[in-house]
Design a protein. Sequence first.
Length: 510
Amino acid sequence: MAPGAIRTRARGLSPQAAITRAVARARTVPRPLAALLAVAAIQVAAWAFVMPPFQGPDELSHFAYVQHLAETGNAPEQTGGSGANFSSEQAEAIRWQNLHALIGVLGMRPGWTEAEERRWREVEASLPDEASANGDGPNSVGQNPPLYYALEAIPYHLAPGGSFFNRFYLTRLGSAAIYLAAVAFMWLIASELFAPLWARTLATATVALQPKLAMLGASINADILLVLSWTAFIYVGLRILRHGPTGKRMLGAGTAAAASVLTHGRGLAIIGALLVLLGIAYLRWRPAPRLALRGAALSLGIAGLGLAIVFVFTSGVSGGGAIYGGEIGRIGEKAFNVRELLSYVWQFYLPKLQFMQPTIGVQDYGFREVYVQSFYGEFASLEVEFPRFVTDLLGVATVLLLFALYTVAVTRLEAVKRNWPIIAFLLLTGLSLIALLHVTAYNSMLTNPADPLFTGRYLLPLLPILAIGVTAVVVALPRRLGALATGGLVAAGIALSLSGLGIAFVRFYA
């Protein structure tokens, strides 16, 4: 007898009754959330099939990692291996479908003619059994922790028929499922902070209709799991601050932090956010020292276990100790200079002061290029872009949002004081990731000034904080103006999403 059947009968429920109860629970999902999840699912599926294979950010390398792990149980080498960046099966698929030449070259198109399809099927049938397992490296993402790739090995193995592209697209849909989970967690976050149903809907729509996030959810890329980990962490953190630290909540915070560090080197920033959460929770609730230490030990212990696994894993790959693009304990080719770092950060956001030296690295690469241009757009391999006027409008809207948040904070100072734990948690959580990104970008430019290693995609784990800010501003408006703003923002999100898809379709198929 199946274990599930034993549990069902033990509870006095027949299988039919269990199904009926499950359906009844599904019907309790709020209609706005169900509608947003449906829209998000359609959007991410459209991106998954409009964007040709391996055109997502670094998708060649990420899929090669998934495939090698799924086929052999081992991660590919970062700098070693037999010299095969991809398996011979992946290499043949790229060759016969014209996929490598397509990356970043606007005049190229994928090879989807009937003759090319027929020839690919013949090539695929002739490949030896080991053709899918011989991509042992070097792989540029081989230093990444294995959590995302291990999860993606599940849909990879579930693909029907054994076809290479069946496995590829089902792996993409695995990323899409992670994206949908992040949207659902955003609804939970909004439900913690906003009572009106329309405010929860607006906050969740801000995430669900962010076009760059939907494209990332349709790509094979570990960054989408990083988004989910941080969204879940923010939700659990809000539960702790609003309702008090319990064992389950502290366990949840530690688990989300462990998932973050087990996903990518950028996920290390969540350790700082976890320490901030523990400190604010103690000041907010003042638990007995024994209980406070127990909760902190639980959260930090799980996060520390994840961190230990990362260090063991990175020490075992080629180029041991490589984490987030640099060796542990080594800072670039030049000496690390705090004054130069601070000058770089200042000039990233603000004009250069007279006494400052020109910023390190690429000139004219700062707030607009990262927080606007590549945060909302630059799809596929960065060559699919919104028109300049759209980027300019988004830049103006972003600056206006910052001014609006400042105005709301000043005019509602008492509410800010009452909610200081939540506000401090959100701000310092965002600052922990941004600080790591800047330090890492500076570190990278010490070795290679032409590569700042900072793009808008890296900020997507903070999208829930942006959605909270947008909703807080709209909630502060007069009722009629707030309704108009809500409708306008949702309409703008839909327009941006459809425009991004349309531009990508024209880019690859027109």
